[in-house]
Design a protein around this ligand. Structure first.
Ligand code: FUL
Length: 472
């Protein structure tokens, strides 16, 4: 009987949603899949690794680039062990050095002594990622301090040619990362980037690639390099009138998104595990701790964004043992914190105004078991625990394949009939992780509010995490 009522309710919800669907702003299939990747690594590697710089001049001799033990499989092993879902590499940073033997440049691995000019980092990493089941992404800086054509229309051809090489020789490319920087080139001129042409090239040669930049089109910069998404964090952005780089929307807008934004462009939080983006031996004792990373996880993934964590290989061409130890610790904290969903035995009451459905009990699956296609369409529900239980963390998931409609929520924690804590929030998005001082509860009630009364929750879970990890 329960099952029949549940199915009828689901049908009703589906019909209501079908009516509303014209209005809802929805992610593309690629954006949705991207959002499920949650956490992945950034790899800054190139001449700067060997010159101890953050921004190379473009005049560095190619022979500077000479990793002694480069092993992209080791990077992948570290990424896998950290629970990261992919790797994005700086194929070309501002110094213009290409980690692949591009035909559109003479400042590449081919001109270096590394592997007698026969080496190709993109090839090694793309193959290693494929072998390890990791997504493979590429950062390519349009700003080029080496290229002789930079500052002329011909450079746009070169840049398009480079992107085609990347798609054709190392694809599939999962994410393409466009840095908006637009400084001067070797002849003192700035380039007028042909962004429209660049975008068309991606869509034509690699239509499934998701493109990151200040303003998307698929993923937006979060407005800081600290790894922190805004609270609230809306997956919407208005890009009309804005440009990449200096003409980008204000950082605060990028951080929060636009509440009424017209385009679905979710945020990615980029941050480095070290003070700089490239490896410097002097920073070996300044690496973030597992607790630091967990805090960033709560402030990025826990606010519905993705976390792109930079872990730069050292001069050997290996991810340093110190960084991989921290990543291992970070993984352990996530595993321990979220291993035991305390709602597994809980019942969830959906409260309907219709008396036939009032006070019926349905089990709502825990967050971990939720799939993106599962959604309950409710404004108000109670989760009843079988016995008094200590919790300090609640995770909500919104079914974003149906849009981001929750604009406000409240959670009341009860011990029998007493309200012992109220939590108020705004956006939920793909995942909202709320942590608070430990409370012994018997139930909690969730109120969701939006403009269309058409919220879609796809998961709820509760945990008891280490007190030290609770957000302050
Ligand atoms: C910035 C660059 O200037 C930094 O060097 C780094 O690559 C960072 C991720 O993006 O715009």
């Amino acid at each position: 009987m329960r099952t029949i009522i549940f199915c009828v309710l689901m049908m009703a919800c589906f019909l209501i949603r079908a009516q509303d669907k014209d209005q809802a702003l929805l992610p593309t299939r690629q954006q949705l899949a991207w959002q499920e990747t949650e956490f992945y690594l950034f790899v800054h590697f190139g001449p700067n690794t060997f010159t101890d710089k953050e921004w190379g001049e473009g005049t560095e001799p190619e022979d500077i680039f000479n990793p002694t033990q480069l092993d992209c499989r080791q990077w992948c092993r570290v990424a896998k062990a950290a629970g990261a879902k992919g790797i994005i590499i700086t194929a070309k940073h501002h110094d213009g050095f290409c980690l692949w033997p591009s035909h559109y440049s003479t400042h590449t691995v081919r001109e270096s002594k590394w592997k007698n000019g026969k080496g190709d980092v993109l090839k090694e990493l793309s193959l290693a990622c494929r072998e390890a089941g990791l997504k493979f992404g590429v950062y390519i800086s349009p700003w080029d301090r080496n290229h002789p054509d930079y500052g002329t229309e011909k450079y746009n051809d070169d840049f398009v040619g480079m992107m085609k090489e990347i798609f054709q020789n190392y694809g599939p490319i999962w994410e393409l990362w466009w840095d908006g920087a637009n400084g001067e080139g070797p002849n003192g001129k700035k380039q007028v980037y042909d962004w429209r042409r660049f975008e068309n090239t991606v869509r034509q040669y690699s239509p499934k690639t998701v493109v990151f930049s200040d303003i998307g089109p698929d993923i937006r910069w979060v407005g800081n390099e600290d790894g922190i998404a805004g609270d609230p964090n809306w997956n919407f952005l208005d890009t009309a009138g804005f440009k990449r780089g200096l003409g980008a929307p204000p950082t605060d807008t990028l951080n929060h998104g636009n509440y009424h934004g017209k385009l679905w462009i979710p945020a990615e939080c980029d941050v480095s595990i070290r003070p700089g983006w490239f490896y410097h031996v002097k920073d070996d004792d300044k690496i973030k701790t597992p607790n630091d990373l967990f805090e960033l996880y709560l402030r990025s993934v826990g606010r519905g964004a993705n976390l792109l964590l930079n872990v730069p290989p050292d001069r050997r061409g290996l991810i340093n043992e110190k960084d991989s130890a921290v990543l291992g610790g970070f993984k352990k904290l996530r595993d321990e914190s979220f291993a035991n969903n305390l709602l597994k035995q809980a019942d969830t009451y959906y409260e309907f105004s219709d008396k036939d459905f009032a006070n019926k009990t349905f089990i709502i699956r825990g967050l971990d078991a939720a799939t993106t296609t599962y959604a309950i369409n409710l404004q108000n529900f109670v989760v009843q625990l079988p016995q008094p239980t200590k919790i300090n963390c609640i995770v909500l998931r919104e079914a974003i394949h149906l849009g981001q409609t929750i604009r406000q929520f409240s959670i009341l924690l009860y011990n029998v009939n007493n309200i012992i804590r109220e939590i108020h929030g705004t956006s939920v998005g793909r995942k909202r992780i709320l942590s608070f001082p430990t409370a012994t509860i018997t139930s909690f009630r969730v109120y969701l509010k939006d403009a269309s009364e058409n919220d879609n929750i796809s998961g709820v879970a509760a945990y008891l995490i280490d007190e030290k990890l609770v957000e302050h």
